[in-house]
Design a protein around this ligand. Structure first.
Ligand code: ATP
Ligand code: MG
Length: 561
């Protein structure tokens, strides 16, 4: 792992179990795998699985494989494989081996023949619907297929014909012969191979039959000598099948499947199927839209690998499902960036302010600390001129008593500069505010006798002459509902928040920020944490607001619940 401390991670039931097993000498080392299907980008739910799978071997000794679970050629694409690699690395993890379930197609085929030869699998020519109808229910046993008792020789011949390509899609399937009245429906002769005439990104047209998830997954684990196969709770019911296959096949090792609860986050959806729809239907600009809960989206939004790993460690690993507020993720980002982000000044919605007693045409370079608590982050010079911009919100003409920013006749300190007084409010003929005329008190500059003079408010500002015009994008929750996917009555896209993106075209940044590169982050004083967006150019920068300074959502969210 890169910059963070060793993963002497938070304790959880999986870690406790592994520690006991190691103490009892069951294993010499831990081998795990992260097994994404390359049919979309990784999301924050995957990050939970990644952190778990990579931290355990880091702590106890061993390693983690990255395995692409590429057994379904319909939806899998190379660009997803590339994005997954990039995201896992960006999170700070290195895999020992990159594996692909498709590398094992030949071995898996031989395993299938092994089952056939031992009378443990048969070819069924019924269609999918009939097979499903015969599975029975939780209270009723299934019905045996009329083909269940074919001879080994006939099954072998049929399976070889399935492979040869002479049969069309759906003509027949290979089923494991287990127990049609097993209480666990997954054991009622599950389908383990299907015919699918579709080229595969890695094996091309070598195969026209593909193994089912259940048949490929556990055997891939065994081939890779995985000790602990960690997956989410929906596979708990598949574990008896996982174990049955491992037991009846000549596999080189015996992995153990352990299930944990998936991560849910409110106001978003964590399912590749749904995220794919958001992208395909253009509800977002792409997989890396900063509003997406994908790793690529969070990265572009301004999230750091540390903040995501810390979040995953803190939420922990349990067996019960829960939904974590999006604000928790933001809190970790805030904590991380508060400690590390250099401070800058930027005005998002500018209001012009003229310092009437500041000499025309001059620039005074004032010293400003890059971080109030971290002197080693140094100081920089910020230009003060006669004309500056302040935030529209920092002025109020008819201000209530408690408004400690600028009001007519009132005083305020300009951050890193001096105290000013608002002498005159200039309006156009229609009565719209045009600019403020203020006078500065030069005695209140740093180092001057009045430097310590206190006024109630301090506001940020940027020189009109030196400021950099920029686009700034503000993001809000992608959905209006805490659980947009959970309402069966309506389609989840109907709950999209139309105000999740606000684009400000006239923001003014402190000079120097036009040189900022993607990957850097800043605190814009009093506003939040911001990062350059890849859409920006040096002459036309674009910044994203990663997160606000305070959690303004916590309150609002309570009202919505
Ligand atoms: P999705 O529902 O988004 O399509 P998936 O489980 O089908 O997710 P995979 O690519 O198969 O996606 O997942 C790779 C690994 O990540 C699996 O081990 C899976 O259990 C885990 N994973 C996926 N979603 C979550 C989640 N929300 N929380 C924790 N782990 C998850
Ligand atoms: Mg899946």
């Amino acid at each position: 792992m890169s910059s963070n401390e060793p993963a002497s991670g938070p304790t959880n039931f999986i870690r406790n179990r592994i520690r006991k097993e190691l103490e009892a000498g069951h294993y010499e080392r831990i081998v795990t795998r992260f097994p994404p299907e390359p049919n979309g980008y990784l999301h924050i739910g995957h990050a939970k699985s990644i952190v778990l799978n990579f931290s355990l071997p880091e702590e106890f000794g061993g390693y983690t494989n990255l395995r692409f679970d590429d057994t379904n050629p319909e939806k899998e694409e190379q660009r997803y494989i590339d994005a997954i690699r990039e995201d896992v690395q960006w999170l700070g993890f290195d895999w020992k081996n990159e594996c692909h379930a498709s590398d094992y197609f030949e071995t898996l085929y031989e395993y299938a023949l092994h089952l056939i030869d031992n009378g443990l699998a048969y070819v069924d020519e019924q269609d999918g619907e009939s097979i499903r109808a015969q599975r029975g229910t939780l209270t009723e046993p299934g019905t045996s297929s009329p083909h269940r008792d074919r001879s080994v020789a006939e099954n072998r011949l049929m399976f070889e014909r399935m492979r040869s390509g002479e049969l069309p899609d759906g003509a027949c399937v290979l089923r494991a012969k287990i127990d049609m009245s097993a209480p666990n429906i997954n054991l009622r002769d599950p389908v383990i191979y299907r015919i699918r005439h579709k080229a595969h990104p890695r094996t091309g047209s070598n195969w026209c039959i593909y193994p089912s998830y259940d048949f490929a997954h556990g055997q891939s684990d065994a081939i890779e000598y995985i000790t602990h196969s960690l997956c989410t709770l929906e596979f708990e019911d598949h574990r008896p099948l996982y174990d049955w296959l491992i037991e009846h096949l000549p596999v080189p090792s015996r992995p153990h499947q352990i299930e944990f609860a998936r991560l849910n986050i409110d106001f978003t959806v964590l399912s590749k199927r749904r995220l794919t729809r958001l992208v395909d239907e253009g509800h977002v600009s792409g997989w890396d839209d900063p509003r997406m809960p994908t790793i690529a989206g969070l990265r572009r939004r301004g999230f750091t690998p540390d903040s995501i790993r810390n979040f995953c460690n803190e939420i922990g690993v349990t067996k019960s499902e829960s939904t974590i507020p999006f604000g928790e993720l933001e809190r970790h980002l805030r904590d991380d960036l508060n400690a590390r982000a250099p401070r800058r000044m930027a005005v998002l919605k500018p209001l012009k302010l003229v310092l009437t007693n500041f000499p025309e045409g001059e620039t005074e370079w004032l010293e400003a600390a890059n971080h109030p608590q971290q002197p080693d982050m140094g100081i920089r010079k910020v230009p003060m001129t006669r004309e500056i911009y302040i935030e529209q919100d920092d002025f109020m003409e008819e201000a209530p008593k408690k408004f400690f920013r600028l009001k007519p006749g009132g005083e305020v300190r300009l951050r890193n500069a001096f105290i000013i007084r608002c002498d005159e409010v200039i309006k156009d003929q229609a009565g719209n505010l045009v600019e403020l005329h203020c006078s500065m008190d030069p005695e209140t500059r740093s180092g001057q006798p009045g430097a310590e003079r206190k006024v109630k408010g301090t506001i940020h500002w940027v020189s009109a002459e030196h400021g950099i015009k920029s686009e700034v994008r503000l993001y809000d929750r992608l959905f209006k509902l805490p659980n947009p996917g959970g309402d069966k009555e309506t389609d989840f896209v109907e709950h999209l928040n139309e105000e999740s993106l606000e684009v400000l075209n006239a923001a003014i940044l402190e000079p120097g920020l036009d040189q900022a590169r993607v990957g850097e982050f800043f605190q814009f004083e009093r506003l939040g944490y911001f990062v350059p967006d890849p859409d920006g150019r040096e002459e036309a920068p674009v910044f994203n607001r990663a997160v606000t300074l305070r959690d303004t959502w916590a309150k609002l969210e309570k009202q919505l619940r």
